[in-house]
Ligand binder design. Structure first.
Ligand SMILES: [Zn+2]
Ligand SMILES: [Zn+2]
Length: 124
């Protein structure tokens, strides 16, 4: 039987995780359990969906006053990160662009006026 000794990497990992959970717990103590973006409230099991966002994106920057933290739900957190960098990359490929319904959206509504304006042939 080999000795059941834990490797050092595992130890380091545990420490890392503990540190990681440390700032989340502190953030949860500092802030109300509400997503800073969509204002949804979280409690109990749902609290898992509330995550700590680092405003400067530096996970090692954890000031005790929480000035670098923002509580965001999973969705808003993803959006927040998508905004800087990734968003531009896949915006072009997003098929669903928010646009008004075709029934009321008339792209050529002004065309007549434009044409009329261009060749001003006043018969009168
Ligand atoms: Zn949210
Ligand atoms: Zn984040």
């Amino acid at each position: 039987m080999p000795p059941n000794k834990k490797p050092e990497t595992d130890e380091a990992m545990r420490e890392y995780l503990q540190r990681g959970q440390g700032y989340r717990e502190r953030a949860l103590k500092l802030f109300p359990w509400v997503c800073a973006k969509c204002n949804r409230e979280f409690s109990g099991k749902k609290l898992r969906e509330l995550t700590v966002h680092h405003k400067d994106h530096n996970h090692d920057n954890n000031p005790p006053d929480g000035s670098n933290w923002e509580l965001l739900c999973l969705y808003c957190h993803e959006n927040e990160h998508a905004r800087d960098g990734v968003a531009d990359a896949y915006a072009e490929h997003t098929p669903e662009e928010p646009r008004p319904p075709t029934s009321t959206f008339k792209p050529f509504a002004n065309l007549k006026d434009l044409l009329k304006d261009k060749n001003k042939e006043d018969p009168g």
